[in-house]
Design a binder for this molecule. Sequence first.
Ligand code: FAQ
Length: 343
Amino acid sequence: MPPEEPGASGLLDEVSGAERALAEAAARDRPDADGEAFFDAVIAADQKIEPRDAMPEAYRKTLVRQIAQHAHSEIIGMQPEGNWISRAPSLERKAILLSKVQDEAGHGLYLYAAAETLGVDRKDMYAQLLSGRQKYSSIFNYPTLTWADVGAIGWLVDGAAIVNQVPLCRCSYGPYARAMIRVCKEESFHQRQGFQSLYVLARGTTKQREMAQDAVNRYWYPSLAMFGPPDSDSTHSEQSMEWKIKRYTNDELRQRFVDMTVQQAGVLGLDLPDPDLAWNEERGHYDFTQPDYGELFDVIKGNGPCNRKRMEHRRRAAEDGEWVAQAAREYARKQAERTAVSV
Ligand code: FAQ
């Protein structure tokens, strides 16, 4: 067994703490005011806005944008790893990967459900993804060239996702915060399986070790870019932090991820592909080379290595699955009819 990697257990503590805090907040008295004053009081008291509460339209729109984009990321994120299910090197690895990819579908489901509490329809969000009007995370537009990429995604991509999403368990919007608690617990498990898979490869044959290093080399900078543009170019951070949707800025979270990951790379015995990575005593953080943000914006615009492939696959899946959706809709209609008759 690989030794415990540093950092992850502390993050999980924060998740359990968030769960307690949510239960306590729900039990507390809510501010006795209507409309804007109510919203401001709830945010100031660090409590939760719930679906039927008054909220500014811009707050609602920001949440729909972020949650929909997050949900789309989870389901598009099934593709790069799904690519390896049929070629996993053992039955055990295949079963693990299958479960992980199913978990991502489940995360999509919780998140679409959370977005629906804001008065939007899942069907419409999905249509906006397919038409390109709503986006998904840049990271899933990179290819998975070897088996080691599956480990690198688990370790780095799920690792970055946890760092970004643990603070979202304390997001001011109740349904999103609650969905994130379960998602984070599962992502933590995913991160550990990726770490363990790379740990085994790093101690395997020379070829396996090289494959693991190559995967880390290719996934390092795209993982750093997942946190979004630098704070100076982030259009939404300031307002989202005022509303307590975001708790930390993009750069703060990126730094936290680097600090945590450098130590883990040491345990794995793999190098991070940054010659300027160095501990800065004065800052109490690692200095590191920033990702290429020009590349990030290019990928967001649809020009990454796999954007077209990912969207074509999704569109084909929607067309091929239309008969199932139709059958489900018809079944739901009949059930509703029967319930109406028996009432
Ligand atoms: N990719 O002003 P900001 C996962 C856009 S799930 C694409 O800083 P914000 C699990 C941003 O939307 C990964 N677009 O924006 C998994 C905005 O554009 P817009 C997804 C990006 O919202 C693992 C513009 O740039 N996680 O990994 C990206 O305050 C393994 C300006 O940016 C989430 O969605 C990007 N990387 O902060 C699944 C977490 N970065 O909308 C399968 C929730 C920025 O105005 C396998 N989301 N943009 O046109 C968030 O925390 C935030 O939305 C950020 C961006 C931090 C992503």
